[in-house]
Design a protein around this ligand. Structure first.
Ligand SMILES: C[C@@]1(CC(=O)O)c2cc3[nH]c(cc4nc(cc5[nH]c(cc(n2)[C@H]1CCC(=O)O)[C@@](C)(CC(=O)O)[C@@H]5CCC(=O)O)C(CC(=O)O)=C4CCC(=O)O)c(CCC(=O)O)c3CC(=O)O
Ligand SMILES: NC(=O)C1=CN([C@@H]2O[C@H](COP(=O)(O)OP(=O)(O)OC[C@H]3O[C@@H](n4cnc5c(N)ncnc54)[C@H](O)[C@@H]3O)[C@@H](O)[C@H]2O)C=CC1
Length: 303
């Protein structure tokens, strides 16, 4: 992982864009949605960039860039189409401890710009580490059509209720069950029923135990999509062998991992409302299926 995704608080962020052509405008369209304080230095600008200046969203200086501009900001985007100038200013910014992005020179970038799905509080950032921005854009458009716009309202609603849930449900475990129930009932949109699902979720805090089984002959890549949410809810993972990397990526990072348990121990966890995954050879999985008929054996085509 050469590039690590993180989300920067823009409330006090100072950003400088040098150059305001097509590429800089694309970055500006994203940056202008944030709370960052943005200044632009360019010899000439498009009507779109001028519009931001007219609305006082950016401060604009129509002149050639000077070395003194490379100071007192947190981030700099260099997009002048003058490779020599970009390179020199990028080095200067780096010397002065300022994070810099040169739109067409990943080798000079301290950070790169992802493709972004914007649903207010919910932000999805996609990067291919510069390998294929077009693929990042395509994936974004798939997610754009899949994720309802009302998610923005949903997460405003959820954020406004977060404190109330903490007050009404003092135990962390209860809050976790509450939110799991709420999102399962409400889904990924905000409408007239959201408030009702929210209230109902306070009445549905019983955890139902579950056992998932995967045998070591199953190709993890072939698991049905419907299995993915189950993987994210596991409390325990039991295996005597090392989990395949692809499976390890799917399960919750904070699920406990341990060697296989006895049938009695597994029964106790089930009765205590825990969700366990057992990864083992086909013989062991067959035994577990006989012992726990309610267990879900995940494989291609199951569910
Ligand atoms: C490294 C990075 C640095 C950075 O810009 O921060 C970078 C670098 C370069 N882009 C190039 C080209 C194109 N970039 C796009 C589009 C986007 N590029 C974006 C980000 C990034 N581009 C960063 C890595 C992101 C990642 O990790 O994947 C997006 C996601 C965000 C944004 O720009 O806002 C946005 C899609 C937004 C969206 O729609 O969602 C298109 C398509 C189009 O214009 O529609 C083309 C033309 C097709 C092509 O060439 O691939 C070139 C070659 C220039 C040349 O050959 O002259 C370089 C330089 C190089 O590769 O060396
Ligand atoms: N157009 C595209 O899709 C892509 C372009 N690129 C690269 O990104 C760079 C920028 O591309 P465009 O936005 O299309 O270029 P552009 O030529 O449209 O814009 C350049 C901007 O830089 C300003 N500028 C030039 N010299 C300056 C100076 N000395 N001081 C202040 N401002 C100055 C100009 O006034 C203009 O606003 C180019 O190097 C290009 O190769 C990279 C990826 C994709």
């Amino acid at each position: 992982m050469q590039y690590f995704p993180l989300f920067v608080d823009t409330a006090k962020l100072k950003v400088l864009l040098i150059g305001a052509g097509e590429v800089a405008s694309r970055k500006l369209d994203l940056l202008a949605r944030t709370e960052a304080c943005i200044s632009v230095v360019a010899l000439d600008v498009s009507s779109e960039v001028q519009a931001y200046a007219d609305k006082n969203r950016i401060s604009l200086a129509l002149r050639t860039v000077a070395d003194e501009d490379i100071a007192d900001v947190d981030l700099i985007y260099l997009a002048t189409a003058d490779n020599e100038l970009n390179t020199r200013l990028a080095h200067l910014a780096t010397e002065r401890g300022i994070w810099v992005n040169v739109v067409d020179r990943p080798d000079l970038c301290r950070f790169i710009t992802p493709s972004i799905v914007d649903r207010g509080r919910l932000q999805i950032a996609i990067s291919t580490a510069g390998a294929a921005p077009v693929f990042a854009r395509e994936l974004r458009s798939r997610l754009e059509s899949w994720l309802p716009h009302s998610l923005t309202d949903l997460f405003d609603f959820v954020a406004a209720r977060r404190k109330e849930v903490q007050d009404r449900l003092p135990a962390f475990k209860e809050r976790k069950l509450f939110w799991e129930h709420f999102f399962r009932a409400n889904g990924d949109h905000f409408d007239d029923r959201t408030e009702q699902y929210y209230e109902e979720s306070f009445q549905n805090l019983v955890s139902v135990g579950e056992i998932l089984l995967i045998d070591d002959k199953t190709s993890i890549a072939m698991l049905p999509i419907a299995a993915m949410p189950l993987m994210q809810k596991l409390d325990h993972i039991f295996a005597n062998e090392v989990l395949p990397l692809t499976l390890n990526e799917l399960v919750r990072r904070d699920a406990t991992r341990a060697p296989l348990l006895s049938m009695d121990e597994l029964t106790q966890l089930l009765n205590a409302g825990k969700r366990s995954l057992v990864y083992a050879d086909t013989d062991k999985i067959a035994q577990l299926k006989a012992q726990f008929p309610q267990a879900k054996h995940l494989k291609s085509g199951s569910l």
